[in-house]
Design a protein. Structure first.
Length: 604
C-alpha cells in the first residue's frame, strides 16, 4: 500500500521532481521502507491482539472481521493520500495536525479553501488508490484465520514473539531511539525527502506530538546561549528614528491583505499589472520593501501583526485562549490611549478563534458576516472586499477620533472567485489568483478615493500589509524559499509628511516589526512587544525570521538559510559563495530564534 501511495505522490508532483535521476527516485523507496514497515506494524496491532486472544478459545474468527478491518485501513489511507496531495500543493508539507486545527476550528472556511482543489481528480485518485489497495490485499492476505497447532504452554511465548516482532517493526530496530522523520531524509533536495517520508506515519507522529503538548521540541543549544543570541539581535546602539508623521496621535487603519505576496507588486520585483493601483499608493507612502511574513497562514499573520509574536511552526497560539490572552496587542495599546477600536471582516470571525482573540484584546466593535445583508454575502468566504471597504468607511464616518480599525480582506483566497469579470481571463489557477488580487487592488483604490472625501482622512495613517505570501501567481516558490514569505508593507496617507512620501526603506524585517515601528512614531513605549524592532531606526539590526511546519528560515543582509527541523537538514542557502562562517552564523541565529519563540509559547 505504501508503494502505491508513494508512486501516486511522485506522479502527481512529477514537475517538482524534474531533473532528478532514476537512482534518486529509487532511493525514496529505499529510505522510506523502514517507515512504511513501521506503519504496517501499527496497523497489525489490533489483528494480532484479536487473533492472539482467539487462539486460546474454541471459537474461530470469521473472515469478514479481518476483511472489514483491512478495507477500513485501505479506505483511510486512500483518503489521506488524496487529501495530502492538495495540502502539499498549497502548504508544501504533508498532511498534519494543523489540517485538523483548521477543520475543527473553521470547517466552513476549510471547505471554501478546498473548493479550489481539482475535486474530480482528487476523487479519481482516491478511487484508484483504494482499488489498488483492495485488490492487492486480496492477493497477499489470507483472510481465513487458521489456528496453528501448538502446545498450550508454548502459545504465550509465541504470542510474545510475534508481539516483539511487531514492536521491532514499529520502532524499526533495536536501537535506543525509535524511528524518526529524519530516518527518511537522504537528499539535499527537499522534495525527495518528502517523497520518502511516509504520509501516514508522519501524520500519526505529528498528531501525537501536538495532543501530548510536550515541552519545547526545538532545543538546539543551552537556553542561556539562545537567549543571549536573540537579545543581541534586538540590541540597539541608539535611537535615531526618522519621524515621518504629521501628528503623534493619528487615526490608524490597518489592512491585512489576504495572500498579497510581493510577487504581485512590480516595485518589489513582482509582476507588472497585477496590482497597478498599489504602485500609485507606493508613490504617496513609505514602502518597506524588504519585509517577510511570519509564516504561511492567516492565523499566524494576524498574531504577528497585532501582537508582534512570531509563528510557532507546528503550533498556533491563537486557538489557545489561556495563552493568547497573555499576548500584548496594538488594540490594547490604543484603547489605553482613548482610541475607538474596531475589527472588520466579511467572513466568520470565529475562524481559528479570531473572535475570542480580538474580544480578549479591547476590540470595541467587531464587524463580521453577521453585520452584512444576505445579498452582500457574495463569496464562499463571505462579503467580498469592495463591500467590506464600503462598510468600513460608513462606520468610520460615525466614529469619534482618534480611532483604530483593523480590516481583514478575503477575496484573494481560494477558490479565487470575484463578483466581476476577471481581469485575467481563463480558468488557469495563476490567472484566477491574479484576477482576485487585481480586484482587491481596485477595491482599495475605490476605498481611498472615497476616504479622501472624509474629514478624518487627513489625520489617518493607513498600513497595508499581507497576512502571508503565496506560491501563486508564479508558482515557483517552495515553502523553504524566502521568496514565498516576501510581502509588501506600506505606510500610506496624509498623516505622512510630504517630504517622506515615496520613500523606500530597505531594512530587513518582519510583520512583527510593525508594532515597534508604529508605536515609536507615536511616542509610545513598545517594550512589551519584545519580538519587534523599529524599522525606521538606522541602528536597528537587519534580520528576518519565518517558519513553516517543522521548518525555519533566517535572513541576514548577506545570507539566508532555511532548515528542515524534522530532517535536521538545511533546505536552502541563498548565496553558496558566502564564507561558511556566514552560513553557520545565519543558521545558528535562526535556531536560537526558533528555540526562544517556542520557549515563550510554552511559558504563556
Amino acid at each position: 500500500m505504501a508503494l502505491i501511495c508513494r508512486v501516486t505522490f511522485e506522479i502527481y508532483f512529477h514537475d517538482k521532481l524534474a531533473g532528478t535521476s532514476a537512482y534518486e527516485i529509487w532511493q525514496t523507496f529505499v529510505y522510506g521502507i523502514r517507515m512504511d514497515a513501521s506503519v504496517a506494524g501499527y496497523i497489525s496491532i489490533i489483528p494480532l491482539l484479536v487473533f492472539s486472544a482467539n487462539w486460546f478459545t474454541r471459537y474461530n474468527i470469521k473472515p469478514f472481521w479481518l476483511k472489514f478491518y483491512v478495507n477500513l485501513a485501505i479506505f483511510i489511507i486512500a483518503i489521506i493520500t488524496a487529501v495530502n496531495l492538495n495540502i502539499f500543493r498549497e502548504w508544501g508539507t504533508k498532511v498534519n495536525f494543523r489540517a485538523f486545527d483548521v477543520f475543527f476550528n473553521a470547517p466552513s472556511e476549510a471547505f471554501a479553501a478546498a473548493s479550489s482543489s481539482p475535486l474530480f481528480l482528487t476523487f479519481l485518485i482516491f478511487a484508484a488508490v483504494f482499488a489498488g489497495g483492495y485488490f492487492l490485499a486480496r492477493y497477499v492476505i489470507d483472510f481465513n484465520f487458521k489456528k496453528p497447532k501448538a502446545p498450550l504452554l508454548a502459545k504465550p511465548f509465541i504470542v510474545v514473539l510475534f508481539g516483539g516482532l511487531t514492536l521491532f517493526f514499529i520502532r524499526s530496530g533495536l536501537q535506543l531511539a525509535p524511528i524518526a522523520q529524519s530516518n527518511a531524509y537522504f537528499s539535499s533536495k527537499p522534495i525527495l525527502n518528502q517523497a520518502a517520508l511516509n504520509t501516514e506515519w508522519n501524520l500519526i507522529q505529528n498528531v501525537v506530538e501536538n495532543i501530548e503538548t510536550p515541552g519545547n521540541p526545538y532545543i538546539f543549544m543551552p537556553e542561556a546561549k539562545a537567549a543571549a543570541l536573540v537579545d543581541s539581535m534586538y540590541a540597539v546602539e541608539k535611537d535615531s528614528t526618522v519621524k515621518i508623521l504629521t501628528t503623534d496621535k493619528p487615526n490608524i487603519v490597518i489592512f491585512q491583505l489576504e495572500s498579497f505576496t510581493a510577487d504581485l507588486i512590480a516595485s518589489l520585483g513582482g509582476e507588472k499589472g497585477d496590482a497597478p493601483n498599489f504602485e500609485d499608493f507606493i508613490k504617496q507612502g513609505v514602502l518597506f520593501d524588504n519585509v517577510y511574513a511570519a509564516s504561511d497562514r492567516t492565523d499566524k499573520g494576524i498574531i504577528a501583526i497585532l501582537s508582534a509574536f512570531p509563528s510557532q511552526a507546528t503550533r498556533t497560539i491563537i486557538i489557545d485562549n489561556e495563552k493568547q490572552q497573555q499576548l500584548p496587542t496594538l488594540s490594547d495599546v490604543f484603547k489605553k490611549q482613548a482610541y475607538n477600536t474596531s475589527y472588520f471582516y466579511g467572513g466568520e470571525s470565529e475562524f481559528m478563534n479570531f473572535k475570542a482573540y480580538l474580544l480578549s484584546h479591547k476590540i470595541d466593535n467587531l464587524i463580521d458576516r453577521n453585520e452584512f445583508k444576505p445579498n452582500e454575502m457574495n463569496s464562499k468566504w463571505g462579503a467580498h472586499d469592495d463591500i467590506l471597504f464600503k462598510k468600513n468607511i460608513g462606520f468610520l464616518n460615525k466614529q469619534h477620533e482618534p480611532f483604530f480599525s483593523y480590516v481583514q480582506t478575503l477575496s484573494n483566497h481560494e477558490p479565487f472567485e470575484i463578483p466581476v469579470a476577471p481581469h485575467f481571463p481563463g480558468d488557469d489557477l495563476s490567472n484566477k489568483f491574479r484576477s482576485t488580487a487585481y480586484y482587491t487592488d481596485t477595491s482599495l483604490k475605490q476605498y481611498f478615493d472615497e476616504a479622501k472625501k472624509q474629514s478624518w482622512y487627513k489625520n489617518t495613517l493607513f498600513i497595508l500589509i499581507a497576512d502571508h505570501g503565496h506560491r501563486l501567481p508564479l508558482n515557483i516558490s517552495e515553502p523553504y524559499m524566502p521568496r514565498k514569505y516576501h510581502i509588501p508593507l506600506l505606510f500610506f496617507g496624509d498623516a505622512i509628511k510630504p517630504q517622506y512620501r515615496g520613500m523606500r526603506i530597505n531594512k530587513l524585517g518582519n510583520q512583527t516589526d510593525i508594532a515597534a515601528t508604529l508605536l515609536t512614531q507615536l511616542g509610545l513605549p513598545h517594550q512589551q512587544f519584545k519580538w519587534s524592532k523599529n524599522l525606521l531606526n538606522h541602528y536597528t539590526k537587519d534580520f528576518a525570521f519565518f517558519d513553516w511546519d517543522n521548518g525555519l528560515g533566517f535572513m541576514l543582509p548577506k545570507q539566508a538559510v532555511t532548515f528542515d527541523m524534522a530532517g535536521n537538514t538545511i533546505s536552502y542557502i541563498q548565496d553558496k559563495n558566502q564564507p561558511q562562517a556566514n552560513t553557520d552564523e545565519t543558521l545558528l541565529l535562526g535556531k536560537a530564534f526558533m528555540q526562544m519563540v517556542f520557549t515563550d509559547f510554552v511559558k504563556f
